[in-house]
Design a protein around this ligand. Structure first.
Ligand SMILES: [Zn+2]
Ligand SMILES: [Zn+2]
Length: 442
């Protein structure tokens, strides 16, 4: 990083221990944490000893109007101001901002630790996981919205997020970005190349960056029964989920296949502002007048994910969960390429209108349009990869097993874990699409 030096801006601060500043950056407003050395700084924990967002922010408890709320004290205003005042200084030099230098060090450090991990037989053992939405409790304080499922310990975090958790929880696969949290050190794992609108909040929600989830699997993140890890969806609304390892089956009991076991609670709506607003909507639905109830329903049914999944149910209730519908959504996702967060709605107002996604297209990416199901004439545009998924970030198109994968020799697009899976899938579906997939790209 030539041309960078340590700031001498006449404050009582000594110079930073690790990061380097551009001569035009006085370091003004930079949080004290970034003045320390990323290898030795003390990571902040919550009262239970868990670390989130790389351990950057302190945990605080505040009482406002008699209500006590706790959380990570993210210096939002400061981050925003720094972003505004330094964006021109560091433009075009990725990772050059002192904040990014600091977090990138943590990312590299984590990657080298991950490389040294010995996973042993965890890659041939199946995990039973329970995911739930935080801060939306039932009558006895238990999680109200949850799903239980089984996956292989070798399953890539990218498949786990994109093809299992998102469809299973009822989220759209590409509308927003997501990331996992390792609570033991606060390290984060997220998708590479995400360009959804919520990525502008990456400083606030993820401290600026994450480890590429494509390269690591579930066993890299958790290795013991009783451990939990985090999953956040939508960097703006911040839907916070927690995932508990309920069981790790023996190799003999494991077959690597994905199974959706049970669940309860209606999926929250997209763009609904996060966990607590969703809880409040459910309360309004349950305790409100007839009119309020109808208002809530209409808002929910008009949301993107409810529209996309065709959920418009007379039988809808806060505890609604259709396990068959969830299974179908996961199966469908398994038989598709990895999605890239970056989907935008284009209103039908201007002729020739499009999203701005087309400007950033990389090699082997294409823009796909889907017509909005409410017939307004608007459409969605999203970026899809036209390249075959990397074998390390893949799973059997039929059962979700990530082990012993082999490509379909016809289309060279779908992986299968066994002859049986390939045969069954061929009969069920693949014979109708193999030829088209082959021609579609490459
Ligand atoms: Zn299979
Ligand atoms: Zn094929």
């Amino acid at each position: 990083m030539s041309g960078f030096n340590n700031p001498t801006h006449g404050t009582s601060r000594t110079s930073p221990e690790y990061v380097k500043f551009h001569p035009s950056d006085s370091g003004f407003g930079l949080d004290p944490v970034f003045w320390k050395h990323p290898a030795t700084f003390t990571r902040n924990t919550d009262p239970e000893g868990r670390i989130d967002v790389w351990g950057l922010w302190p945990w605080i408890t505040l009482t406002v109007d008699g209500q006590t709320r706790s959380g990570w004290n993210v210096p939002a205003e400061q981050i925003f101001q720094r972003r505004m005042s330094t964006q021109y200084i560091y433009t075009g030099i990725p990772g050059a901002r002192p904040e990014d230098q600091f977090v990138n060090f943590l990312i590299e450090q984590k990657k080298s630790q991950l490389k040294k991990l010995v996973l042993g037989d965890l890659v041939i053992r199946d995990y039973v996981l329970k995911i739930f939405l935080r801060d939306v409790p039932g009558k006895n304080g238990e999680p109200r919205i949850w799903r239980r499922f089984k996956v292989s310990g070798a399953l890539s975090l990218s498949v786990l997020a994109d093809k299992i958790i998102l469809p299973l929880m009822g989220w759209d696969r590409s509308l927003h970005a997501h990331f996992f949290t390792d609570f033991t050190d606060g390290s984060l794992f997220g998708p590479k190349g995400a360009r959804s609108v919520d990525m502008v909040h990456i400083d606030l929600s993820a401290g600026g960056g994450w480890v590429d989830e494509n390269k690591w699997c579930l066993a890299h993140l958790v290795r013991e029964v009783g451990q939990t890890f985090g999953f956040e969806y939508d960097l703006g609304d911040q839907y916070r989920h927690e995932i508990l390892v309920e069981e790790i089956l023996s190799p003999e009991e494991s077959n690597g296949a994905i199974r959706i076991l049970s669940g309860s609670g209606a999926p929250p709506m997209e763009n609904g502002n996060g966990n607590i607003p969703w809880r409040e909507m459910l309360e309004k639905y349950e305790k409100g007048t007839r009119r309020e109830k109808n208002d809530v329903l209409s808002e929910i049914f008009n949301s993107v994910n409810y529209q996309d999944r065709g959920w418009r149910l007379v039988s809808w209730s806060p505890s609604w969960f259709d396990i068959e519908d969830a299974r179908v959504a996961v199966m469908k996702a398994l038989n598709s390429p990895t999605s890239i967060p970056g989907k935008q709605y284009v209103a039908p107002l201007i002729d020739g209108a499009g999203s701005n996604l087309g400007f950033g297209l990389k090699k082997k990416e294409a823009l796909v349009r889907t017509v909005d199901s409410d017939l307004s004439g608007g459409f969605f545009e999203e970026v899809v990869s036209t390249k075959r998924d990397n074998i390390r970030a893949s799973a059997c198109a039929r059962c979700g097993n990530p082990n012993n994968l082999r490509l379909c020799t016809g289309c060279k697009k779908r992986y299968y874990c066994s002859k049986e899976c390939q045969k069954t899938h061929w009969k069920e579906l693949h014979k109708f699409e193999c030829e088209a997939l082959k021609k579609a790209y490459d």
